[in-house]
Design a protein around this ligand. Sequence first.
Ligand code: NAD
Ligand code: 6OD
Length: 493
Amino acid sequence: MKQGLAAMKDIKHYINGQYVGSASGKLFDNVNPANGKLISKVHEAGREEVDAAVNAAKAALRGPWGKMTLEERTSILHKVADGINARFDEFLKAECLDTGKPKSMASHIDIPRGAANFKVFADMIKNVPTESFEMPTPDGTGALNYAVRRPKGVIGVISPWNLPLLLMTWKVGPALACGNTVVVKPSEETPTTTALLGEVMKEAGIPDGVYNVVHGFGGDSAGAFLTEHPQVDGFTFTGETGTGEVIMKAAAKGIRDISLELGGKNAGLVFADCDMDKAIEGTMRSAFANCGQVCLGTERVYVERSIFDEFVGRLKEAAEGLKIGPPDDAEANLGPLVSLKHREKVLSYYQKAVDDGATVVTGGGVPEMPEELAGGAWVQPTIWTGLPEDSAVITDEIFGPCVHVCPFDTEEEAIELANSLPYGLASAIWSENITRAHRVAGQIEAGIIWVNSWFLRDLRTPFGGSKQSGIGREGGVHSLEFYTEMKNICVKL
Ligand code: NAD
Ligand code: 6OD
C-alpha cells in the first residue's frame, strides 16, 4: 500500500480503501505556487466517483467500523495520528509544495495539528458525559431516561486551501471519533495531503469505506455533486461565505445538518495601555502569517490615536524586516499566495487602495524574486493608512498579507468600528488593563476573541463565527454535538 509522495504525481480518488482514477479520464493541474511549475495531475471526480464514495461510506457504517467498541475505534485513531507523525517529512513536503508556505511554519503548525486533531478528539469522546433523568409514573414504579450518542452517518467534508491538512483533519478527526464515515472534498488547489492520508488510514487499520476522498472543483464538479448527493447525512464546510450560502441551500434538500466556518474581516484593537512590543509582534503574525491567508487574521487594525504614529512606524519597520522566500528557506517568514489567480484578486485590492486614496506605508506590489521563482504568486506584505471605512479594502475579505491601520479616540468608537461589518469571526484586543479587555471582549460581535494574543488554540474550546462568518461551533463538546445524534431511551421500571 505504501507508495508515498512519489505516487502522488497522479492523484487519484480514495474510495472504499483503494486509489481509483476518474472514469471520465478528466485530469487537472496541481501547480506549485512558489514557481508556477506543475506538481501533479489530479483526477476530477464526476457524479459516478462521488456516488461510489458516498455508497462506500454508507456501507461502512454497517460494517466492522460500526461494530467496533469505542476503545477499538479510538485506539485506531491514535494510530492514524502516529502514522502522520511517522511520515511527518512526507506530509510536510507535500503541504509546502501545494501551498508554498515556509517549512518552518508548516512543521510547527500544520502537520502537528493534523496529528493532534485525531488524538484529541479520540480522547474526548471517551470522556463525554451523558444525561439521565428518573421520572415518576402513575403506577409508582417510575421510569429511567438516558441519552446515548450515535454517529450522524455519512459526513461530507469540504475544505479550503489555506491550512489544508489542519482544517480537513479538524473535521475528519472528530467525525471519525464519533463513529461516522466521511467523504472529503479537499480544495482543488491543495489535494496532496488529503490524498496521502488515505495510505495512513489503511496502515492504521481504518476499515475500507470509512475515509473516502474525491477530488475536483466546487460548482458543477465534485463539491456540488457531493452536496447534492441525497445519501450524505450532514456537511461540514470551511471556506468563503458565498460558498457557504450555496452549500446551505443544497443541504436544505433532505433537511441535512450543516456546520459552516466562513470568511471574516477581523479587527485588531490596540489601546494606548497595551504592551507595544506584544501588540506589534501579535499584529505582525495576525496580518502576515501564512501570507495573510488565515481566516482569523486581522486585515484592519484600530489604534488609539495617542500611540498611532509610533504603532504604524514600528509595524512598518517589522514588516520591512520580513523575509520572503520559498518553503526550504529556513529564514523565510512569508511564502507566496496560493495561486496566480488569487494573486490577481489580492493585487486588485492593492490597486483599489491607491484609487481610494490610501497612504501606502509599505509594500503594495510584487517583490523581485530570483529567476527560478519568477513564476510564483509572490506579493509584498502591505500596510495602508488613510482609507475611508466604506472602501472595499476595509469591507471585503482580501485574504492576503495586508492590513489597514486607522486611529480611534474612544473605547466606544473602537467597539463600533470593530462591529461595523457583517462578518463576526475573530478579534484581537491589545491592552494591559484587564478590566477594559474583559469589557471590550464582551461587546465585540465575533465568535473568537483573543486578548494580548492571537491564534492561541485549545481544541476543547468553541470555535466558529457569528453573523456571516458561520453557523455552529466546533471544538470540544461542540464538535461532538455536531457529529452525533442524541437518542433518548426511556425505560419503564
Ligand atoms: P472556497 O469557498 O472557494 O472553497 C472552499 C472549498 O469549497 C473548496 O474545496 C472548493 O472546491 C469548495 N467549493 C467551492 N464551491 C463549491 C460549491 N458550489 N459546492 C461545493 N463545494 C464548493 O474557499 P477557499 O478559497 O478555498 O478558502 C478561503 C476562504 O475560506 C476564505 O474566505 C476564508 O476566510 C475561509 N476560511 C474560513 C475559515 C474559518 O474557520 N472560518 C478557515 C479557513 C478559511
Ligand atoms: O485552529 C483551528 O481549529 C482552525 N479551525 C483554524 C482556522 C484557521 C483559518 O484559517
